[in-house]
Design a protein around this ligand. Structure first.
Ligand code: EPU
Length: 354
């Protein structure tokens, strides 16, 4: 087991924030985790599990031991009568998995093409885009307990998926029996997906409908949807390889119909969607945009010109010209304050702040 010291993390977080890991260990198998736990010092050290670094804001050097997940492998497990069960190692790139399933003839993940990050990070925030969430195609996952080394399997219900939420985002609270969170307690090893054998396109999302109309195509193939999603995302979201960012910075808030009516009375154009449970989801991007933040810059952090929900690093990180995590969080707080003052809504950040 190699413990790397003072490892620059700039290339390991999509915001390209400059920070170091005091210690970093690459995890390529279950045995690598066991080796960490067998070491008397490492066993008791706080640990931080790093996937693709696409949903984190680093506000300084990382003192906990960084376990960088690089577990590889993609395969078709025995299918069920109605589903292909595909298993992927937690270190595989998410987009590579989507492309691979399509090439292999197991379409069904295409609406989630081009989401940055790794397979192991995908269940943590229940990634989603264009009408599909990870939980819609999820079968189960294997994880290892970072205290006991015990490997266990969780199904969808046990992962407690919610909107950009799961059991892996919550700390356990011994006083609240129902709050059995797994945050910082486990490392996800591999994830299995249940992909329906009878493929049906997931359409209905405005951007996709627009593509269909433009191309005069009302029965797209999975490959067409994949290509369209890639085009749509490239057109409105910054490529992290070019401009540092962590995707949507805030969750879309939900409000009561009364709160929404109150906002509509003042701002009739507010973008909102009625949810099945009667509550109303508001487009956080629109709220931020209408407070005038789109394209603004504070220090080296900014609000993306084409999508106000995305905060970006205006610098390259070379020669100290990049954004610090502190600058990103200062900008985020300023945005939260102005949205709260104007709409009375508290925006909740999506990335994990470290
Ligand atoms: N809007 C504005 N101004 C802006 C940005 C958006 O007016 O600056 C309006 C748009 O015109 C649109 C509405 O807000 O009417 C919603 O925008 P969009 O369709 O781009 O989706 P979103 O709600 O901003 C969510 C996800 C994205 C996902 C897209 C597509 C969250 C927090 N974000 O964004 O996920 O790709 O839908 O499904 O739910 C991510 O989580 O990192 C992410 C990129």
């Amino acid at each position: 087991m190699l413990v790397e010291k003072n490892v620059p993390l700039q290339a390991f977080n999509t915001f390209h924030i400059v920070a170091k890991a005091h210690s970093l260990i690459r995890i390529r198998s279950e045995e690598d985790v066991r080796a960490v736990l067998a070491d008397p010092d490492l066993a008791v050290s706080p640990k931080f599990v790093l996937g693709g670094g696409s949903n984190i804001v680093l506000t300084g050097d990382v003192k906990p031991v960084v376990l960088k997940v690089e577990i590889a492998g993609k395969r078709l497990l025995q299918g069920t009568p109605r589903h292909y069960i595909v298993e992927a190692g937690a270190g595989e790139g998410w987009h590579d998995l989507v492309a691979w399933t399509l090439e292999q003839g197991y379409p069904g993940l295409e609406n989630m093409a081009l989401i940055p990050g790794t397979v192991g990070a995908a269940p943590v925030q229940n990634i989603g885009a264009y009408g599909l969430e990870l939980q819609d195609r999820f079968d189960s996952l294997d994880a290892i307990d970072l205290q006991t080394g015990q490997v266990f399997t969780l199904n969808a219900a046990q992962c407690a998926f919610g909107y950009r939420d799961s059991i892996f985002k919550h700390s356990s609270n011994a006083e609240l029996l129902q709050a059995l969170g797994l945050k910082d307690r486990v490392l996800i090893l591999r994830v299995r997906f249940a992909i329906p054998k009878a493929w049906k396109p997931v359409l209905g999302y405005a951007d996709l409908e627009k593509k269909m109309a433009e191309q005069h195509c009302d029965q797209p193939t999975a490959r067409q949807i994949f290509d369209w999603i890639c085009d749509i995302r490239r057109a409105k979201l910054p490529d992290p390889a070019v401009i540092g960012n962590a995707g949507s910075f805030f969750k879309n808030p939900t409000v009561t119909p009364e709160q929404c009516a109150d906002i509509i009375a003042r701002d009739p154009k507010v973008v909102h969607y009625l949810l099945a449970d009667g509550s109303v989801k508001l487009a956080a991007g629109w709220l931020i945009d209408s407070c005038g933040w789109r394209g603004k810059t504070v220090g080296h952090a900014g609000v993306y010109e084409k999508q106000a929900l995305v905060l970006v690093n205006r610098g390259t990180g070379n020669d100290g010209d990049g954004a610090t995590g502190g600058e990103v969080m200062t900008l985020a707080k300023a945005i939260q304050t102005s949205v709260y003052e104007r709409f009375g809504i508290q925006l909740e950040p999506e990335p994990v702040v470290i």
